[in-house]
Design a protein around this ligand. Structure first.
Ligand code: ADP
Ligand code: MG
Length: 372
């Protein structure tokens, strides 16, 4: 490889790293039930992540599918097929990517869609791979279009065309890439262009966890963090964790703090309730933002329909935060419906706020129209 190509690749790599850092710091948000990982989460998450498929709790189907795919690849002594992990934040996509690499005894290279702003960023990463490496691209739906196109080719033919220079003088240099396994993670599988989706040999859809599974996760984390807890204490944390292990682990740490400062350090039902009330996470797992959204929707807009932007202004939040952080859970709990005319409160939302359900409320709990 010529020095020019090498230094271009190096420069893109450095740029990709700093874009990733910038993206990460943008993701730092304050809420306890935010599904994104903050700096504090990342520090402990490394310690709490299951390291093998056997250690993973729940997700039975995905676990069985993955173990089959990986075992088949191992028995053929081939690199595993490309894997797409899709599902809401905090359910274990990054964890599974690390496990795939570990189970294949392969090094893991990490990057993310937002860090790949130019095709050159991706070329730099791909050309640095060794045979059998696992390349994890988090938030793969946020990659730039030219990079996506380069990725199709790399996934299928293990080849990229690197463009050197600009304008009429630009030349394209084909580069062979050793066979690798791409693991993509996305919260929005629907946003992936068909050609990219089709090149994954296997797509795993992660589901929200059942309370009993979350309870096991909380118990396991309590063990690893050396927190003493009883069955009712961990069950209470699990039931307020909105089906999400990342939130369960975070709530556990706040309840542990409370137990240590205000009590004897043991996480029991009473301590869990008092701590979670203090941090404004209610029995259903709704936090301050969720309640603010419902409150604005019902009290200020009479239950809707109201546009997302208006709703976001009313609660003093970014549109994206309301849409991506609060709404998915509210929709899943049947408290809010997204309709073509705007956001609407369901009868359950009024009830949750302790307000009488207005006779004219046009939506039932599942978000379908009563009339129309
Ligand atoms: N199935 C599981 N069993 C135990 N812990 C889990 C499981 N899934 C996720 N976790 C925990 O939840 C946290 C978030 O998982 P992560 O893989 O980072 O989610 P994602 O990448 O989907 O946002 C990790 O610290 C991990 O310990
Ligand atoms: Mg992740």
């Amino acid at each position: 490889m010529s020095e020019g190509v090498e230094s271009a690749i190096q420069a893109s790599l450095e740029e990709a790293d700093s874009a990733l850092l910038e993206q990460r710091s943008l993701e730092l948000r304050g809420s306890l039930t935010d599904t994104g990982a903050d700096a504090d989460d990342r520090a402990v998450e490394a310690a709490l992540r299951p390291r093998t498929l056997d250690e993973v709790i729940g997700q039975e189907r995905v676990r069985e599918q993955l173990s089959l795919v990986l075992e088949a690849a191992r028995s053929r002594a081939r690199t595993a097929d490309h894997v797409l992990l899709s599902g809401p934040p905090g359910l274990g996509k990054t964890t599974l990517a690390m496990i795939i690499a570990a189970e294949m005894s392969a090094p893991l290279r990490l990057t993310s869609g937002p860090a790949i702003t130019h095709a050159g960023d991706l070329a730099a990463i791909l050309s640095g791979l060794n045979e059998g490496d696992v390349l994890f691209v988090d938030e793969i739906h946020r990659m730039s279009r030219p990079a996506e196109e380069m990725l199709y080719l790399a996934m299928e033919d293990f080849r990229v065309d690197v463009i050197i220079g600009k304008g009429p003088g630009a030349t394209s240099i084909p580069l062979e890439i050793p066979p690798f396994t791409l693991v993509g993670a996305t919260t929005r599988a629907g946003l992936l262009p068909g050609p990219l989706r089709d090149r994954f040999g296997f797509t795993a859809h992660l589901e929200f966890y059942e309370p009993a599974e979350l309870d096991l996760i909380v118990q396991r984390s309590a063990g690893l963090l050396e927190v003493s807890s009883d069955a009712e204490g961990t069950a209470e944390i699990a039931s307020r964790s909105r089906g999400t292990p990342r939130i369960a682990n975070r709530l556990l740490r706040r309840v542990r703090d409370y137990a240590q400062v205000r009590a004897d350090g043991v996480v029991n039902l009473d301590i869990a309730r008092r701590a979670l009330d203090l941090f404004e996470v209610d029995e259903s797992g709704l936090d301050r933002l969720d309640r603010a959204v419902l409150d604005a929707l019902c009290r200020r807009f009479g239950g809707g329909p109201v546009g997302l932007s208006t709703l976001a202004v009313a609660v003093g939040e970014e549109r994206e935060t309301v849409e991506e952080v609060a709404e998915p859970f509210l929709v899943r709990r049947g408290l809010l419906a997204r309709t073509p005319r705007g956001r609407v409160a369901t009868a359950a939302a009024w009830a949750h706020l302790g307000l009488p359900v207005p006779a004219a409320a046009p939506f039932s709990d599942d978000g379908t129209l009563f009339s129309e």
